[in-house]
Design a binder for this molecule. Structure first.
Ligand code: CU
Length: 445
């Protein structure tokens, strides 16, 4: 049976075989499929998820997907009633190679008909999986089969194409990755992260798929920080990150400490001459984006750059109290609500500090949290950490916090006298040095 664990076991064997050698040891690592054959690729890691097992039947790579309702943990303390595949949302990653003939059985255990669309894959029209257009809906309790030959490579997706609003809204999607038959270069670490947003009122467990714009939970592979799995790499590794989105909103995904190039979309490879450097990639609904970079040592944040997306519920629809003195208000509210604590007048950092001992409604996460080496990280939602180390025992073990070289961490300082002597007017840019501003300044009555 193909599983991540057998893969890890094989990796351990490979490591043992080459001894305690240098960092190049695992780069020569080979990976094997369920049939014992060497895989012509580095298997994709789906953080907080898994790869769908397959079996070879007369030269055809067979898979089985089961669409079903599941209880899915977004982070410790919050379990959500989702619809997904094989016990997960996103469903397990389908991993194939260009040229493979694939046969995919789909069993529907949802309470309504469904169909699975193979997003971005070139295939016969009748295999495209649009309910009503290309096939009958798969009735609850029944199994349909899809079969086609892969004539391309890239990061594609699968998702429900029947009652999309409800079914995709509740989590019926997954990666369909097709590796090139002839790789142009080696990838050391290959990660796949599906974006989604949800409307889950505090104190409830059932996402509301009818919501159009007012989402309050934003997820990487249906997990929120600090429940998102780390991305671990070795200094100098060639890292590929694949991001997919079939939700309502677009998400600008930002990686710290690196610049990268978008090397592929769900339409195929981007020609080398057409690539440009980026630190943020916008991933719109219905798109995948693959980006690559060489890993630099450190602990690096990767997150959606919309301000409310690396954050959990409860920050929405609360009154703006920044700068409001709440002391007397707090006393008055305490007469009605013992233990009430006013927060937010100097920002929401305070909230993150109280999150550990303040209970919210059942099944509801603090708006932000996560412990770092310097206190609370004060993040939630679409946020994770890429940990890159010169030396690693294993990609599957948290290497701990980054040991910053001496003199490379920002810290307290004594402000030099020449900065202290400045008045706030002096600190402002000089109008005289700016030709446009200077002219209006000079001619003021
Ligand atoms: Cu976002």
């Amino acid at each position: 049976m193909h599983s991540r664990y057998s893969m890890i076991f094989l990796m351990a064997l490979a490591l043992a075989a080459v001894g305690s050698a240098s960092t190049t040891a695992t780069r020569a690592e080979e990976h094997y499929g369920p049939d014992g054959q060497r895989l012509p690729y580095t298997p994709v890691v789906t953080p907080n998820g898994s790869t769908l097992p397959w079996r070879m039947v007369d030269g055809v790579k067979e898979f089985h997907l089961v669409a079903e309702e599941i209880d899915w943990e977004f982070a410790p303390g919050m379990v959500v009633k989702c619809w997904g595949y094989n016990g997960q949302t996103p469903g397990p990653t389908i991993e194939t190679v260009e040229g493979d003939q694939v046969r995919i059985y789909v069993t529907n255990r949802l309470p309504e008909p469904t169909a699975v669309h193979w997003h971005g894959i070139l295939l016969p029209s009748g295999m495209d999986g649009v309910q009503g257009l290309s096939q009958n809906g798969i009735p609850p309790g029944e199994t349909y089969v899809y079969e086609f030959t892969l004539r391309q490579h890239g990061t594609q997706m699968y998702h429900s194409h029947g009652d999309e609003m409800t079914q995709i809204g509740l989590g019926t999607m997954g990666f369909f990755i097709i590796h090139p038959r002839q790789p142009t270069h080696r990838i050391d670490r290959d990660f796949a992260i599906f974006l989604n947003e949800w409307a889950i009122s505090p104190g409830t467990a059932r996402p509301n798929p009818n919501v159009m714009t007012n989402f309050d939970i934003f997820t990487f592979n249906s997990r929120v920080f600090p429940g998102t799995e780390l991305l671990v790499a070795r200094t100098g590794d060639r890292v590929r990150i694949r991001i997919a989105n079939v939700a309502q909103e677009s998400h600008p995904i930002h990686l710290h400490g690196h610049n990268f190039q978008v090397v592929a979309t769900d339409g195929g490879d981007v020609p080398i001459a057409a690539r440009w450097p980026e630190t943020t990639v916008l991933v719109a609904p219905g798109q995948t984006r693959d980006f690559e970079f060489t890993a630099n040592p450190g602990d690096w944040a990767m997150h959606c750059h919309r301000r409310h997306h690396p954050m959990n519920a409860m920050g929405h629809d609360i009154p703006n109290v920044i700068g409001v003195q709440q002391a007397q208000l707090e006393e008055k509210i305490r007469e009605l609500l013992p233990g009430y604590m006013a927060m937010g007048e100097s920002g929401m950092h305070e909230h993150a500090l109280h999150a550990a001992h303040h209970e919210g409604p059942d099944n509801t996460l603090p708006m932000m949290g996560g412990d770092g080496p310097f206190g609370t990280v004060a993040m939630g939602g679409m946020f994770t950490v890429l940990k890159v180390r010169d030396r690693l025992e294993s990609y599957d073990v948290d290497p701990g916090w980054y040991d910053n070289p001496a003199g490379t961490v920002a810290g307290p300082a004594e402000l030099p006298a020449y900065w202290q002597s400045q008045s706030s007017a002096d600190r402002a840019p000089s109008p005289a040095r700016n030709p446009q501003m200077g002219s209006t300044h000079d001619h003021q009555p």
